[in-house]
Ligand binder design. Structure first.
Ligand SMILES: *Cc1c(COP(=O)(O)O)cnc(C)c1O
Length: 420
C-alpha cells in the first residue's frame, strides 16, 4: 500500500487541505520527508520548490536563524495561555512594517483572520452586507464560501455543502478589476454594506494584477459609502514589499488580514488596522474574538525571526532580482517557442495561464486550458521542479534560490513548454 492509499483510509481524500491531493492535475501527491533552502525532498527525490508552503517560506526552508530561534523557544515551553513579550514584539514589528496598521490581533490562520476582520467591520459599521470578488479566496469561513449568482446584482450562492444560504445572502460578489460592478452593488445596497474585502493582487485565481487605479477606486468608493476597505494580504503581506501590497501600490485599507509569511511556516494569522476600529475588539471593545493558542510562543518566534530577516537591507531587491531572472527567462522561452500564453508576474509571484487572452479578470483566467497546465505541471515535476498542483495558484519564488536553480528551472520550462 502506498502512503497515499494509507492516508485515504484515515484522512478525507488523504490530505489535510484539498489542493494537496493533486485532484486537478491527476496522479498521486509526493510525500515530503524534509526540506532545505529552495529544495524539498520527497519520495527519495529532490525538487526545486515553488510551492513554498503556499507562501510562508519566503526565505527558503530550514532558515538557520529561524531554526535556532525555534529550538531555543522549545526549551522554554511550547504554550502558556498567558501573554508573552514575543507577542508584543511581533505586533510592534507588524504595525511598524504595514503603513495602515496601528493595532493587530494574532490568530492561528488566514481564515480566522478574515472571519474576525469581517466581524469587526460589521461591528464598527452596524451593517450586515459584505462585498467580495469572484475568484478571490479569503479562507473557508461560511460567509466567504460563495460563488456569484447567475447574473450581476443577484445574491451569492454557497459554494460548499453545509453553508446555509441564510448566511451567504449577506455576501455580495463583484468582478475583480471591474469598478463598475462594485459601484452597481453600492448603488443597489446603499448604506447597508459593512465592508469590501479584496486581495490587492488576486493570487488565488492564478495571479491577476490590479489594473491601474483599481485599488484607489475601491478606496474612494468605500470611503464615500462609509464602508470599510479590507485588504486580504495573507499572500501579499511581507511578500510584495516589507509593507505589503498597501505600500507597493500606495493605497491604504482600513483593515488588513495577514497569514502565511507572518508565521514563518508555523500556523499564524493576524488582522489589524486603524486604532479606532481595532479598539472594538474584545476585551477592549464589544466585538468578541478569542483563541486558546493565539499568540503561541513557537509561532510568534518563527514569525518574528522571519520578519527580522525581511528587514535586512535590500532584502526585497535581492529577492525580486532572482524572481525577475526567472520570469524573464520564462517570457523569453515563450517568445522563442512562439507561444502566446498569458504570463502574469509581480515581485516574487507569478502564474502561467494556458490561454492567448490577456488575463486581467476572473473570467479571462478561466479561459486557461487546465489540461495543458496538468501536462506542464507533470513535465516540470519529472524534471525536479515542484509547482503548485493546480492552475489557479501562484508560483512563489524564495530568497534561497541559487543561480543554478534558476537556470535549471528556466531550461526545464523551455523543454516542457516546447513539448506541449
Ligand atoms: C491562504 C489564504 C487565506 C486563508 O488562510 P489559511 O491560513 O489557509 O486559513 C486567506 N486569504 C488569502 C488571500 C489566502 O491566500
Amino acid at each position: 500500500m502506498t502512503i497515499f492509499e494509507r492516508a485515504k483510509l484515515v484522512i478525507p481524500g488523504g490530505v489535510n487541505s484539498p489542493v494537496r491531493a493533486f485532484g486537478s492535475v491527476g496522479g498521486e501527491p509526493y510525500f515530503v520527508e524534509r526540506a532545505d533552502g529552495a529544495y524539498i525532498y520527497a519520495d527519495g527525490k529532490r525538487y526545486i520548490d515553488y510551492v513554498s508552503s503556499w507562501g510562508p517560506m519566503i526565505l527558503g526552508h530550514n532558515e538557520p536563524s529561524i531554526n535556532a530561534a525555534l529550538k531555543a523557544a522549545v526549551d522554554r515551553g511550547v504554550s502558556y495561555g498567558a501573554p508573552t513579550l514575543l507577542e508584543v514584539e511581533l505586533a510592534e514589528l507588524t504595525c511598524e512594517m504595514l503603513p495602515s496598521v496601528d493595532m493587530v490581533r494574532m490568530v492561528s490562520s488566514g481564515t480566522e483572520a478574515v472571519m474576525s476582520a469581517i466581524r469587526v467591520a460589521r461591528g464598527f459599521t452596524g451593517r450586515n452586507l459584505i462585498v467580495k470578488f469572484e475568484g478571490c479566496y479569503h479562507g473557508h469561513s461560511d460567509s466567504l464560501l460563495v460563488k456569484g449568482g447567475s447574473g450581476m446584482l443577484t445574491l451569492a450562492q454557497p459554494s460548499s455543502l453545509g453553508v446555509p444560504a441564510d448566511i451567504t445572502k449577506n455576501t455580495l460578489v463583484a468582478d475583480y478589476n471591474d469598478i463598475a460592478s462594485v459601484e452597481a452593488l453600492f448603488n443597489k445596497y446603499s448604506g447597508q454594506i459593512a465592508c469590501l474585502i479584496v486581495e490587492p493582487v488576486a493570487a488565488n485565481m492564478g495571479v491577476v494584477l490590479p489594473k491601474e487605479g483599481f485599488l484607489q477606486a475601491l478606496r474612494d468608493l468605500t470611503t464615500r459609502e462609509g464602508a470599510l476597505l479590507i485588504f486580504d494580504e495573507v499572500i501579499t503581506g511581507f511578500r510584495l514589499s516589507a509593507g505589503g501590497a498597501q505600500e507597493y501600490y500606495n493605497v491604504m485599507p482600513d483593515l488588513t488580514t495577514l497569514g502565511k509569511i507572518i508565521g514563518g511556516g508555523l500556523p499564524v494569522g493576524a488582522y489589524g488596522g486603524r486604532r479606532d476600529i481595532m479598539e472594538l475588539v474584545s476585551p477592549s471593545g464589544a466585538v468578541y474574538q478569542a483563541g486558546t493558542l493565539s499568540g503561541n510562543p513557537l509561532a510568534m518566534t518563527a514569525g518574528l525571526a522571519t520578519l527580522k530577516k525581511l528587514q535586512e537591507p535590500n532584502f526585497y531587491e535581492k529577492l525580486n532580482k532572482k524572481a525577475t531572472i526567472l520570469w524573464a527567462g520564462f517570457a523569453d522561452n515563450l517568445k522563442k517557442l512562439g507561444k502566446n500564453y498569458a504570463f502574469n508576474a509581480v515581485g516574487s509571484l507569478a502564474c502561467l495561464f494556458f490561454t492567448d487572452k490577456r488575463v486581467d479578470s476572473f473570467k479571462s483566467a478561466m479561459t486557461s486550458d487546465t489540461k495543458l497546465y496538468a501536462k506542464y505541471f507533470h513535465g516540470m515535476l519529472e524534471r525536479g521542479i515542484a509547482l503548485a498542483p493546480a492552475q489557479f495558484e501562484a508560483m512563489f519564488a524564495c530568497a534561497a534560490l541559487s543561480d543554478t536553480a534558476l537556470d535549471t528551472t528556466i531550461k526545464a520550462h523551455y523543454e516542457v513548454v516546447r513539448g506541449l
